[in-house]
Ligand binder design. Structure first.
Ligand code: P6P
Length: 342
């Protein structure tokens, strides 16, 4: 494979083709989905960039299945992604945070062998205050025999992903994705409408700088979680204290920690025993990218990518980021389990 540096001008299209060549058996279908998602990201970025200028702010009256008031932008993002990929003949089913059940491929379109799961615009509650928001996606291959994808295809564990990625609509628009050959970042050059390779082979530091957690829930955490946070803050044990950085927008917090090193935590609590974030289209894709960058992702005791989902929108506690910091979480919780088990 051609080794690129951040100085060579490589479009995402060229990079996708070069990655495809690593797989002689590749048919180009997966590449086609990635192109389509890059197009959707440009269309969404264009709207997000102008959100404050056109009458697209503010909540619609429809409450989506998450019980949240939908922001008009995430309705737009959801529809943009579906329209960008539903006709290409590469997918057999989709699932979105905005839609309760399976999104089937319309009968008049050909079905393919992949399923796409996505959160079209995560953190959408931050849109009106100009905090970065993001799109997250996960791609798995169909394992059932019919033409259309089924729930069993969508519920596969994260280790079965063939590709995953996110787009962050921040000070610049970046798309980061992996197909299992490393994690690579592309920055949108709006003057030419191209995603250009800016962060080849992202590696996340083993030791983090940042701790991302909403500690307003501390009163609801169990004792092992409280102890872990004391360790991260340097109040217990020998770890130098992490700096707390928490934007409250998953993709923004994840992206900063991926590049700078850090750990993102959404622990279980008495208020939300399974945390808040979704396994299939938030935790799994970000965990895949994190591991490809040398990091780790667990739910407290199990590797996120090994969790077998039972429901489409199920939530999962998350400790994700720099390897040594996630390892500290694993050891802390394991120690407590031994004590309890003793
Ligand atoms: P909390 C945004 O609403 C979101 O879904 C993620 O983007 C973010 O990481 C999380 O919720 C923040 O949750 O409970 O800290 O406000």
């Amino acid at each position: 494979m051609v080794q690129h540096t951040a100085t060579s001008v490589v479009t995402i299209e060229r990079f996708i083709i070069e990655q495809e060549r690593l797989h002689p058996e590749a048919t180009g279908e997966l590449s086609g989905i990635l192109y389509d998602l890059a197009l959707a990201a440009k269309l969404i970025a264009n709207k997000v960039r102008r959100a404050g200028l056109v009458d697209i702010l503010g909540a619609t009256s429809d409450a989506n299945i998450q019980g949240e008031i939908q922001q008009k932008l995430d309705v737009f993002a959801n529809e943009t992604i579906i329209k960008a990929v539903d006709h290409g003949g590469r997918l057999c089913a989709m699932a979105s945070e905005e839609v309760e059940g399976i999104i089937p491929i319309p009968e008049h379109f050909k079905c393919g062998k992949y399923c796409l799961l996505f959160d079209p615009l995560d953190g959408s509650s931050n849109i009106d205050v100009n905090v970065p928001v993001g799109t997250v996606f996960s791609i798995v291959q169909k394992i059932t025999r019919g033409r259309h994808g089924e729930m069993e295809d969508l519920l596969q564990p994260g280790r079965r992903q063939v590709a995953a990625g996110y787009v962050i609509y921040g000070s610049s628009t970046m798309l980061v994705y992996t197909t299992g050959q490393g994690a690579h970042g592309f920055t949108l050059d709006p003057s030419i409408g191209e995603f250009l390779l800016s962060h080849p082979n992202i590696r996340t530091p083993d030791e983090g700088q940042f701790l991302s957690v909403n500690d307003s829930y501390e009163q609801y955490w169990d004792e092992p979680t409280k102890q872990l946070m004391r360790k991260y803050r340097g109040l217990e044990g020998d770890r130098r204290p992490l700096t707390v950085r928490y934007v409250g927008s998953l993709v923004a917090d994840f992206h900063r920690n991926l590049l700078g090193g850090g750990v993102f935590c959404y622990p279980p609590s008495k208020k939300s025993p399974q945390g808040k974030l979704r396994l299939l289209y938030e935790a799994n894709p970000l965990a895949f990218i994190c591991e490809q960058a040398g990091g780790a992702a667990i739910d407290g005791k199990t590797r996120v990518l090994d969790i077998q989902a039972t429901e489409l929108h199920q939530r999962v506690p998350l400790f994700m980021g720099s390897k040594n910091d996630v390892d500290l979480a694993l050891r802390t919780f394991a120690h407590h389990s031994e004590l309890v088990g003793a």
